[in-house]
Design a protein around this ligand. Sequence first.
Ligand code: ADP
Ligand code: MG
Length: 276
Amino acid sequence: MTEAVTATATGEIQPRTPNHPGTMPGLVLTARQLTKRFGGLAAVNQVNLDLWQGRIHGVIGPNGAGKSTLTNLLSGDLPPTEGTVTLAGQDITGWNPERISRQRLGRSYQKTNIFPAFTVWENIRLAAQSRNQPFAFNPLAWLTRAATHAVVNERAEKALELALLGSRRNTIAGAASHGEQRQLEIAMTLATEPQVLLLDEPLAGMGTMEAERMVQLLLGLKADHAMMLVEHDMDAVFAVADHLTVMVNGQVIASDTPAAVRADVTVQAAYLGEAH
Ligand code: ADP
Ligand code: MG
C-alpha cells in the first residue's frame, strides 16, 4: 500500500490520488454524491460508497431507505439525478446495464430470472453463454466456436461450484428449494465472471439452514470479488460484512466497521433499536 500514499514535507501521509480513487489498488467501485429523486422524494441522497476487492460491504436500513434504488443506480438500471459512479477507475455514470455488466459488474435481482423447466446446470450454462454474445457477430465465429464452447463450460462449472450447487447439477430448477433457487441466481450472475457483485437481499424468505448456507456461499466469494450486500437479516450481515453503511430516508447515517456501527447511538436510535 506504500505506493498509494505519499509523504508531504511535514511527514504527513496523504493519498496520492484523492480525486482518482479508482486508481487505488483494490478499490473497484466508487459512488460520489449519488442522488436519485422521484419527483419531490430523494430516494437516494448524496451517497458516497467505496467497494473494495476482497471485502463485503453491507448496506442496511429500514424499508424505503433507498437500498434497492442505490443498487439500481450502481448497476445502471436507473440513471442518477446527480453524482458519479466509477468502476475500475472508469466513469460509468449514465451507462446502460448491459454495458456496465460487460465491465464485470454483476447483480442479482429480487425477482428470480431462472428458467424453471431447465436443470440447474443448463441455467448456469445459458448465463455463461450470454456473456459471449459478441461472438455471434463475428464472421469467423465458426473458427472460435470449439474454443468458446470449452471456455463457457469451464466458466459454468466454476460458477456451479462457487454457488455450492455441485450436487444439484441435474435438478430441474423449478423443483429446487427456495434457497437453492437463490443460490442458482447467484451462480448465474457468477457465470458472467463479475468483479463486482451487487446482491439485494439474497437471504430474503430463507429459513435458518438456507440462510447459513447462503452465508457460507457469500464468504466463499469474498476473496475474489468486491461485494455489496443489501440485507435485512442482521445476524447474517453482521457475520459477513467487513464494512457497513446504514441508510435512512435516502441518506447515509453511518458508514463504519460492523462493531462501530453496532455501538453507534445514532444508528441505534434510528434503526437498530427499532429492529430489535
Ligand atoms: P429499500 O430498498 O431500502 O426498501 P427503495 O430503494 O426500494 O428502498 O425505495 C426508496 C424510496 O423510493 C421509497 O420511498 C420508494 O417508495 C421510492 N421509490 C422506489 N422506486 C421508485 C420509483 N420507481 N418511483 C417512485 N418512487 C420510488
Ligand atoms: Mg429493497
